[in-house]
Every structure is written in C-alpha cells, then in structure tokens.
Design a protein around this ligand. Structure first.
Ligand SMILES: CCCCCCC/C=C/C(=O)SCCNC(=O)CCNC(=O)[C@H](O)C(C)(C)COP(=O)(O)OP(=O)(O)OC[C@H]1O[C@@H](n2cnc3c(N)ncnc32)[C@H](O)[C@@H]1OP(=O)(O)O
Ligand SMILES: NC(=O)C1=CN([C@@H]2O[C@H](COP(=O)(O)OP(=O)(O)OC[C@H]3O[C@@H](n4cnc5c(N)ncnc54)[C@H](OP(=O)(O)O)[C@@H]3O)[C@@H](O)[C@H]2O)C=CC1
Length: 279
C-alpha cells in the first residue's frame, strides 16, 4: 500500500488499530488510511464475506474478525481477537452504526431501542471491552464516529438522539481517561458518499449534496484523514472534542447564496452604510 497523502511515513508504525464496520464505506477508508500510516489494522463487522473481500483489497497488515457489537460477548470477542492477533491494541475506531429513515412519530419503541443499542450501546460496549488493552499498551486513542446532529436530523430522530448521546459519552469518558493517556474523540461526519446512502430514496440522495454549503458530498478519505489525525501525536489535545467534518453542513442553509437572502435576479442585498456618527 502506498503512503498517506497527508501524514508522514510511519506516523502510526507499531500501532494496532481496530475499526468496527471496517468492511464498508467510511470504515473501509479509515482502515486503509491507518494502514498507510503504518498501523496494523483489524476490521470488524457481522458479515464475514464482506470483511474478507475488504481485507483482500487492503492487503498486508489487515485482518478481520466477524462479530456483533450489540452484545457484551460480541464486543469482547472482537477485542480479544484483535489483541490475540497482535498482542496489543492502541486505536479503537467505533465506526459501526446506522439507522433507518422514518418520521419521528413513526418510530416504534423496538426500533428506537434497536438504533440506540447499536449506536450508543455498541460504542459503550466496545469502549469498555477495549479499555484494559489500551491501558496495557500505555495509552491510546478511541474515535467515536457519529454524525453532526447539531441542527437536528429530520427522518433520523432516533439516531440523532443516540449520536448526541455518543457525544456526551465521549466528553465524559475523555475526562476520566486523561490520566491513562487515552484520548477519546468524536468524529462527527456530515454527508459522505458511501454505498450506504443507496438505501435512501433517490430524490433524497439527489438533494443531499445541495444541502451542503460545500455543494458536494464528502469523500470517504476526507473522513479517514480526520480519524488518522485523532490517532496522531495531537490526540491528547483533541481528547473530549467533537470534530466535525461536514463541508459546513451544520450551518444548515445549503449553498451560497441562501434563497431566503436573495432579491431580484438572485443577488444578495448589501446593507446601506450608516451615516458617519456625530458627537
Ligand atoms: C442521502 C440522504 C440521507 C443523508 C443521510 C446522511 C447521513 C448518513 C448517515 C448514515 O448513518 S449512513 C450509514 C447507514 N448505514 C446503516 O444504516 C446500516 C445499519 N443500519 C441497520 O442495520 C438498521 O437500520 C438498524 C435498525 C440500526 C439495525 O438494527 P437491528 O438489526 O437491531 O434491527 P432490526 O432487527 O432490523 O429491527 C428492529 C426494529 O427496528 C424497527 N425497524 C428496523 N428497520 C425498520 C425500517 N426500515 N422501517 C421501520 N421500522 C424499522 C422495527 O421496529 C424492528 O422490529 P421488527 O418490526 O423487525 O420486529
Ligand atoms: N455515509 C455518511 O454520510 C455518514 C455516515 N455516518 C456514520 O458513519 C459510520 C459508517 O457509515 P457508512 O460507511 O456510510 O455506512 P455503512 O452502512 O457502510 O457502515 C456501517 C458498518 O457497520 C457495520 N455494522 C452494523 N451493525 C453492526 C453490528 N451490530 N456489529 C458490528 N458491525 C456492524 C456494518 O457491517 P455489517 O452489516 O456486516 O455488520 C457496516 O460495515 C456509521 O456509523 C454511520 O452512521 C455518519 C454520518 C454520515
């Protein structure tokens, strides 16, 4: 695998990373970038065939373990596998997650619980299962992937609430783990161009990039660079932070100019200068 476009060669040499949901999308891009930075990487997910195919593309230094983060036993087995393979664990990327699209009032209690069990519960389980290994390594990094729910996520109320929970969990865990030299950072993704978006309605997908001030979806490698930065020597200074990579989507007005600010042919009026102040 060639070197990173962003980071120095060997930035993460000797480190061992575990990426949940690493068989697809953002997790796959993250695994690839951590490998480019010199880490050994274990990817995890439920589907062994998907993981196996991804490991074949990632090449040397990559391995996989099939498992389910929705149970304590599943999370523990994933961590145990990674540690037994490489003898240590330095970086945990809690990337596995997701939801289904539905108006808030249509969310069944069972569905609400399913989304929380995966996103908030899975993150907590993986953190707890990993902490002994991270401490044994003398410190490390946990990156909790979430999305930027700071202006709400229509159609994803259950997940917006769960991801806000992940942010709160991240901040508090970070405060408790400073003395262990373990950084805990949330990476809040905007809208990224992964296969997972194929499940959303075509009209919704088509309008999504237009809702981002940057006027395009994020590229998976852009997210992956952020995750690698979180594992870099900057990690403790970032601990407890929620880092948003979203092309300014949290501003929530779409591309420039915002329709609500335009007049005439679409120009944005510039305010008249006030007369000079007089004493
Ligand atoms: C392009 C425009 C959109 C922009 C979005 C940009 C932001 C993107 C954010 C992303 O996260 S992209 C990544 C998306 N990836 C995924 O979502 C994959 C993972 N998702 C899932 O696996 C499921 O959605 C899940 C519900 C989280 C899976 O949990 P689990 O397997 O535990 O649940 P189930 O057993 O399948 O279902 C339990 C329960 O949940 C309710 N439910 C589930 N799916 C639906 C649905 N499609 N519609 C309505 N209700 C649903 C339901 O109550 C289920 O119970 P039963 O009815 O099966 O008894
Ligand atoms: N794409 C985007 O625009 C955005 C994505 N995100 C978040 O980033 C993360 C990755 O998203 P993306 O790559 O697009 O989506 P994917 O659906 O491709 O990724 C989800 C991954 O999680 C794994 N996974 C799901 N449930 C479990 C489970 N119970 N145990 C173990 N692994 C599981 C899946 O593998 P398997 O099914 O084999 O278990 C899959 O590899 C998710 O948390 C997503 O919500 C956040 C904001 C925006």
């Amino acid at each position: 695998m060639s070197g990173s476009e962003v980071f120095a060669d060997g930035l993460l040499a000797g480190r061992v990373a575990l990426v949940t949901g690493g068989g697809t999308g953002l997790g796959r891009a993250t695994a690839a970038e951590l490998l480019r930075c010199g880490a050994s990487v274990v990817i995890a997910g439920r589907r062994a065939d998907v993981l196996e195919a991804t490991v074949a593309t990632l090449g040397e230094g990559a391995g996989y373990v099939a498992g389910d983060i929705r149970t304590e036993a599943g999370a523990q087995a994933i961590v145990d596998d990674a540690v037994s393979r490489h003898g240590r664990l330095d970086i945990l990327v809690n990337n596995a997650g997701g939801q289904y699209f539905v108006p808030a009032e249509g969310i069944e209690l069972k569905g609400w619980r399913a989304v929380w069990r995966l996103n908030l519960g899975g993150t907590r389980r993986m953190c707890e299962a990993s902490l002994p290994a991270l401490r044994a390594a003398g410190g490390g990094t946990i990156v909790n992937v979430t999305f930027s729910p700071h202006n709400g996520l229509p159609g994803m109320t259950h997940s917006g609430a769960a991801r806000a929970g992940v942010e709160g969990y991240t901040r508090e865990l970070a405060a408790e783990l400073f003395d262990d030299d373990i950084a805990v950072i949330a990476a809040a993704a905007g809208h990224f161009d992964t296969d997972a978006l194929d499940k959303y309605p075509p009209t919704v997908r088509a309008q999504t990039a237009g809702g981002v001030p940057m006027q395009r979806l994020g590229r998976p490698e852009e997210h992956a660079w952020m995750v690698a930065l979180c594992a870099s020597p900057l990690r403790m200074a970032l601990s407890g932070a929620v880092l948003t990579v979203d092309g300014a989507r949290d501003n929530f007005y779409g591309g420039w100019p915002p329709a609500a600010l335009t007049v005439g042919e679409g120009e944005v009026p510039t305010e008249e200068r006030r007369p000079p102040a007089t004493r």
